[in-house]
Write a protein of this length. Structure first.
Length: 642
């Protein structure tokens, strides 16, 4: 993988001059920078090294007013060249830049002691001792110090040799499947249109790829690519890359936006971050403090919300929910930097634990456990990390693409971890198309809730054989993913905990039960319709005979109808099942000797029924697909086709 070096150090200590001496490239491209003699914006170059290697270089401004630009440039570099002028030594931005590099997780580097042509040998020796003492206790403790001069060329060859060694030895591993390029520069090229540049921190990009600028969601297509000064068809992680975007105006793009592939990042206005307050901070960070939050090339205003304390003292580390004024996109393990408002000073930094932000509420009985779990994730194993994020997602479940962002695991590795956890029954895939997962504990709770809901339904509606799936989904399943509802229900059916009869679901032990008075009514109704045979009375007359209102009899009538004991031929006209079965047999036998059946024939076979019954019964047999109407007559269904 390509290696990126970033500069760091106080203003006017010779960072840009040293880069120009090493690379032949002047990183101060702005007229204002040349006029004022200071670096304001980020500069980019590449350095051809002894042995054939090539090093990407990010040159950052040293002035305290442009620390935000420095942070944007330092994000994504692999090692730092801390530049300290021999004639001035360690200065305020020397300290702050080193702290920022530490907070961003940079762990390798060297010191270039510049302007040695301006001091004598004794002063140089004192300067080297002073720098070594300053580095004690930092990640650069014991790092080599190279006395150099960009004017005379002293020490540059030795420095180049060491840079070549670092370029060969570091070669950091970067994700290949999640393309991300934080935009740190936007400009227009005549004849090409809008171009964005940045350090590609992961993945790869090809000409013709569809891309999205997050968090705004603006879509585009890659028209062209450049890396290290030349055009390429494909750009790889770790390289400084320029992307020519199609259909996007330069005014629509802001520094700090992230270029990525569609559907791969998830904008959010709160993150869970494990935050560390610098030991050098002048005062604690208090709860709800408003800060400048730096991530990648972006700076936003935010408030810090601590879950277990009112303030974070210097040197302390705690889980913090950072709430932004505008959406952000990130990945688990990303580094961030926090600067206060007044004085404008770097005071903290941390690791992104969850870039989608959990809605943690203190009244949740598991609040403390969730906070402790989130705080422990930076040291978790891969399986613990995946399991935690699936469990923390609760009933919402977690899709594969989201888990890729929540864990920063390569797709192939994530698949293996999910398979291993699934094999042990710790999580379940409820949507194979979207590859969405739910934890075992959440699934158990959902299953119990589903069965409780079914039990409550039976208690409320004892005369109903069960409930429709739609009723279950709108009740117990409200707010759940439809495929998760289906997964839970089908799993319970397979386990025998639920019984499906068509579209109706019930508990295995449920049987329709009637109260004693309802049981008596059931017997009376069956007796009336059984005795009436093929000439049943109108339902209204039956209810008047029994001195009942329709509302009182409705549950029992529905039970008899649902059970098939009484059959509704038309509104108000019910038949006992045995009478209809007998009549159906007569109809079938009629067609043994006849080709068709008209109302007079039906009157004959039914024993002289009146028109009051004949027409509804003929229409009923049509609906039941016993007969088919042809003109004014009926034929036995299937006989004509035969």
């Amino acid at each position: 993988m390509p290696v990126i070096m970033g500069t760091a150090g106080h203003i006017d200590h010779g960072k840009t001059s040293l880069v120009r001496a090493l690379t032949g490239i002047d990183c101060d491209r702005l007229d204002e920078e040349k006029r004022r003699g200071i670096t304001i914006e980020l500069g980019f170059a590449f350095c051809d090294l002894p042995g054939g290697g090539r090093l990407g270089v990010v040159d950052v401004p040293g002035h305290e007013k442009f620390v935000r630009n420095m942070v944007a440039g330092a994000s994504g570099v692999d090692f730092v060249m801390l530049v300290i002028a021999a004639d001035e030594g360690v200065m305020p931005q020397t300290r702050e830049h080193l702290e920022i590099c530490s907070l961003l997780g940079i762990r390798h580097g060297l010191v270039a002691l510049t302007k040695v042509d301006m001091v004598d040998a004794d002063w140089l020796e004192l300067a080297q001792d002073d720098v070594a003492g300053f580095l004690a206790g930092t990640f650069l403790e014991g790092a080599p110090i190279f006395p150099v001069s960009a004017v005379t060329g002293q020490g540059l060859d030795t420095l180049r040799e060491h840079l070549a060694t670092l370029e060969r030895e570091l070669r950091p591993e970067r994700r290949t499947d999640l393309f991300r390029l934080p935009v740190d520069r936007v400009f227009t090229m005549r004849g090409h249109g809008t171009v964005v540049t940045g350090t590609m921190i992961s993945g790869s990009l090809k000409v013709g790829d569809d891309v999205v600028l997050y968090p705004e969601g603006r879509t585009s297509k890659v028209r062209g690519l450049q890396s290290h000064g030349g055009p390429v068809d494909k750009a790889l992680a770790g390289r400084r890359t320029a992307v020519n975007l199609q259909g996007v105006d330069v005014a629509e793009v802001q520094r700090g936006e992230v270029l990525a592939l569609p559907g791969t990042l998830f904008p959010a206005q709160r993150w869970d971050v494990r935050l560390t307050c610098l030991s050098s901070a002048a005062r604690p960070l208090r709860n709800r403090t408003e800060v400048h939050f730096h991530h990648g090339a972006r700076e936003v205003l935010a408030r810090l919300h601590f879950h277990d304390r009112d303030r974070l003292n210097p040197g302390e580390t705690a889980l913090c929910q950072v709430r932004f004024t505008e959406p952000m996109v990130g990945v688990f393990g990303d580094r961030c930097v926090v600067r206060t408002f007044s004085p404008l000073r770097t005071v903290a930094g941390g690791v992104v634990v969850n870039p989608t932000g959990h809605d943690l509420r203190r009244r949740d009985p598991h609040f403390a456990d969730k906070v402790a779990l989130l705080a422990s994730l930076p040291e978790a194993t891969e399986e613990e990390l995946v399991q935690a994020h699936v469990d923390l997602s609760g009933n919402a479940g977690a899709g594969f693409v989201r888990l890729s962002v929540l864990t920063d695991l390569e797709s192939k590795r994530l698949e293996k971890v999910l398979q291993a956890l699934g094999a042990r029954g710790r999580l379940f895939c409820f949507d194979r198309e979207e590859r969405a997962y739910v934890g075992a504990d959440a699934l158990q709770a959902l299953s119990a809730g589903c069965l409780d809901h079914a039990g409550a339904f039976h208690a409320k509606e004892p005369l109903k054989p069960g409930m429709a799936r739609g009723v279950l989904a709108s009740g117990w399943g409200r707010g759940l993913h439809p495929r998760l509802i289906h997964f839970v229900v089908e799993r319970l059916i397979k386990q025998g905990a639920l019984v499906a009869e068509g579209d109706v679901l019930r508990l295995p032990g449920h049987k329709v039960s009637l109260a004693s008075d309802q049981e008596g009514l059931r017997g009376k109704l069956l007796a009336i319709y059984s005795e009436a045979g093929m000439t049943p009375p109108n339902l209204k007359d039956v209810l008047e005979t029994l001195s009942l209102e329709q509302k009182e009899a409705a549950p029992v009538l529905k039970l008899l109808h649902d059970g098939g004991e009484l059959v509704r031929v038309k509104d108000g006209l019910l038949f006992h099942r045995s009478a209809l079965d007998e009549l159906k047999g007569r109809v079938a036998r009629w067609f043994d000797d006849h080709d068709d059946l008209d109302p007079s024939g039906f009157k004959e076979l039914s024993g002289g029924l009146s028109r009051k019954y004949i027409i509804p019964l003929l229409e009923y047999f049509d609906r039941e697909r016993v007969t088919i109407r042809v003109g004014d007559k009926r034929q036995l269904r299937g006989a004509k086709a035969g």
